[in-house]
Design a protein. Structure first.
Length: 304
């Protein structure tokens, strides 16, 4: 008798692990939510959730923490995708937090609402009594995010202590928590940016147009190309020019930079990402450059 063996590819193994994690959360928690920005990582995460429960619908809502300063193309894509999939969208508004006096909007030419998202996120988790929140952090993004376990405990104040991580032996996850506490869950923990794009190609997933090379009015600041927009102040010594760029990550337009690129297809993006030695957040997120511990400090306070 002959037997046929089948070895999973890297992408298939990552997909299977992520689907297992998503199903585990659905089984263990009462009110999970999937954080969805309309970016490539959250697109992949939502697609995995669809696969995890097909042919039924995704049994939990998706939530976008909206700074009000997002790229219009990404917001349009977000609304189209959740509408097509029939999932419930919860929008947590930073502008609403400002109006309610929960946070104070920074001022000045370098002002950004990006760091205000933490309060808005924690308020929304409390308001909706979410006990688990899926996030799209990957192992190759930023050192603080690489410290995360798959199930990352948050106390009653939404805070994270990297020294109090729970063991996760043999893919066993501990979701125990008291009322008021919650768990952040990272199904993409073992993925890289390259894995994401290879999966986008293999699954033929749509992504927002700003990921592809296009002409845009930009100016150089802190080694990044920032786009000219209503939410960015161009200073007197900054020169606006027309360049062919694309975005490796999407977020608040006031602090998310573009990169020079001619990659107009997913295959070309894969080739570009495979050759780069600079992480996407290190190259394109101004707020992550405040200090070497900037992201870890924000995560301790409850950031994504």
């Amino acid at each position: 008798m002959s037997t046929t063996s089948y070895e999973l590819s890297n992408i298939e193994a990552l997909e299977a692990e992520s689907i297992h994690i998503i199903r585990e959360v659905a089984a263990e928690f009462e009110r999970p939510v999937l954080l969805f920005s309309g970016g490539k990582d959250s697109i992949v995460m939502l697609h995995l959730a669809v696969k995890a429960f097909a042919p039924a619908r995704v049994p939990f809502p998706v939530m976008h923490v909206d700074t009000g300063h997002n790229f219009p193309a990404v917001i349009e894509f977000r609304d189209e995708m959740v509408g097509r999939l029939g999932v419930r969208l919860v929008v947590a508004s930073v502008q609403a937090s400002i109006d309610a006096g929960r946070v104070v909007e920074p001022t000045g030419p370098r002002a950004s609402r990006n760091q205000l998202q933490t309060v808005t996120l924690l308020d929304a988790i409390e308001e909706h009594s979410f006990d688990a929140a899926f996030g799209g952090a990957r192992r190759d993004e930023e050192r603080a995010r690489a410290k995360e376990r798959v199930f990352s405990f948050r106390d009653e104040f939404g805070q994270w202590d990297p020294k109090q991580q729970r063991p996760e032996l043999w893919s066993l996850y501990n979701g125990r928590h008291h009322r008021g506490e919650h768990i952040r869950v990272f199904p993409l923990s073992n993925w890289t940016e390259l894995d994401i794009w290879q999966y986008v190609e293999s699954e033929k997933l749509p992504v927002p147009s700003i990921y592809f090379a296009h002409e845009r009015d930009v100016f150089s600041r802190d080694g990044m190309w920032l786009a000219v927009s209503d939410v960015v102040t161009v200073m007197d010594d900054e020169v606006v020019e027309r360049r062919t760029v694309r975005y490796r990550t999407v977020g608040d337009a006031s602090c998310t930079g573009a990169v020079d690129s001619a990659a107009a297809t997913v295959a070309e993006i894969i080739d570009e990402v495979a050759a780069t030695r600079i992480t996407e957040r290190g190259a394109t997120r101004a707020d992550d450059r405040a200090s070497e511990a900037a992201m870890e400090d924000r995560k301790r306070e409850g950031y994504f």
